[in-house]
Structures are given as C-alpha cells and as structure tokens.
Ligand binder design. Structure first.
Ligand SMILES: [Ca+2]
Ligand SMILES: [Ca+2]
Length: 267
C-alpha cells in the first residue's frame, strides 16, 4: 500500500469517527424527541390532554389521572406564570404549593392552564383585539354561503405562527348566543389569514333549533414540539352550565401543503 493510500484511509476513518460523534452529540442534545417525550396540558377543569411519545389523548380515565397526581406543573393564569406547583385530581384539579409535609392550597381562577413536559415549554403571550377590517371575514362568510346580520364574536389575534418573522391573523367569528335570535342558524368559524391567503381552522354551522352554538376564543399559544412554530389552543364556550370545548391545532406542512391539523380536543 502506498503512503498516499494509507493517508487517505486514515483520513477517511477520522472523518467517519467525526461524523459518528457529531451524529451522537447532535442527536443526543435534540430537545424534542417524538419517540419518548411526555407532555401534559391541563386546560383548567375543562380538559386534560397528554402526549405519550406517539399520540395525544384527552384524559377521562381516573387511572390515567392518578398517574398525573402530585406531579409538578407550571401553572398559568391569564397567560402569566404563577409558579411550579403540585396538582391532584379528584373530579377537578387541586393545586398545592410546598413540599409533601407542608402543602398549602393555591387558589386560581377556573381558566388556569397547567403545563408539564420533559422539555421546557411555555405559553406564548398574545393579544386578542376586535376586528377592524372585515374584508377577509366577509370573504370567508361568502365562501360558506352565510349572510350574517350581526356577530356576537369578532376577534382577531395577530401572531407569528410559522416563525417567518411576519405575523399571521387568526380570526374568531360567531353569531352564537345572542340576547335574542334574529337568525335561524348559528355559526362558529376560526380561520387564519397569511399574506392574503386563507387557511381554514374550524367551522361549525347549524340550524338554530339544533344547537345554541358556542363562542370561540384563543385560549393559549405555545410551541409544544419546539420546532419554532406556534401551536394554538382555542376554546369554544357555551352557556355557563356547559363545559368549554378545547381544541389544539398545529399548522402542518405535508408535501408542501400548509394546513391546520386538529391534534386533540375534548369534543
Ligand atoms: Ca409568520
Ligand atoms: Ca411547534
């Protein structure tokens, strides 16, 4: 074997070892590994969602709740972090501060949100404002063949969903639950506008006699899978005696088709 060949082989081995080390280091430090990541998102007393590494579940079984009991959660109220507390479920969630011997109950409003994950996730601040430009709303209503004489919900949240440094607009519109009922149908529609393009998220259109409908609003924004893009959790609130419906949606890019995908809900 010539000297040059020997040098080549040594260089190739060095390169291969370097590539292997980089693969192990980068692979090992990746923060979100789908295969074994555990996430719990508690939407007040309305819904508890868990991710077990392969799929999301809306938790209903007491045996599953018992596995979540006395773990520590980041508890948020009005999108602000209150603290890291242990929680216990018995029909509803109870929140405690302090260690096992000296637990003190923590009082929160009903619409608190609690997060727990084996990677660092947090809620993203957002603002919800009254819609001022109705051009996209009218276009979307037209596309559903709806002529609405009034809206009981007309809110927009501007936030950078897809991490391109430009805000998208997420619209929440509904004519549900008015003081009196001038229409014979109700609708609840959520959609996103990105640079003039409309992306449908949710639409429920029903005869008034079949449903009271519900009022949609943004509950939370977070990047739970740490891919830089924001997932949204929106809620739809009905009459006070009924449970709020919560929906987690992800803006998905499959085969260059961008669309919102429902991840999990308590519907
Ligand atoms: Ca954007
Ligand atoms: Ca994400």
């Amino acid at each position: 074997m010539s000297k040059n060949k020997k040098i080549m082989i040594v260089m190739l081995i060095v390169l291969a070892v370097y590539a292997l080390i980089m693969f192990l280091v980068l692979g090992g430090t990746k923060k979100f590994k789908k295969s074994n990541t555990q996430i719990t998102i508690i939407m007040g007393d309305n819904a508890t969602f868990t991710y077990n590494g392969s799929f999301w579940t809306y938790v209903e079984l007491e045996t599953t709740f018992s596995k979540l009991n006395w773990l520590k959660y980041d508890v948020y109220e009005n999108n602000e972090l209150l603290g890291n507390y242990s929680m216990w479920h018995n029909d509803k969630w109870y929140i405690f501060d302090g260690d096992e011997e000296n637990r003190k109950p923590v009082t929160v409003t009903e619409d608190f949100i609690a997060l727990r994950a084996d990677h660092s996730i947090k809620l993203t601040p957002f603002e919800s404002n009254k819609i001022t430009d109705y051009s996209y709303v009218n276009a979307v209503l037209d596309s559903y063949g709806i002529q609405a004489s009034y809206l009981t919900v007309d809110q927009v949240v501007s936030i950078d969903i897809d991490n391109d440094s430009k805000d998208e607009n997420i619209y929440f519109i509904s004519n549900s639950l008015p003081m009196d009922n001038p229409e014979n149908f109700n609708f609840t529609i959520v959609f996103m506008e990105k640079q003039g393009e409309i992306y449908h998220i949710y639409a429920d259109i029903q005869e008034m006699e079949n449903s009271d409908g519900c009022k949609p609003f943004m509950r939370a924004v977070l990047d739970y899978d740490l891919d830089g893009e924001q997932e949204i959790i929106f809620a739809c609130g009905g009459l006070s005696a009924r449970k709020e419906k919560d929906y987690i949606y992800k803006f998905n890019h499959n085969n260059s088709v961008d669309e919102f995908k429902l991840i999990v809900s308590n519907q």
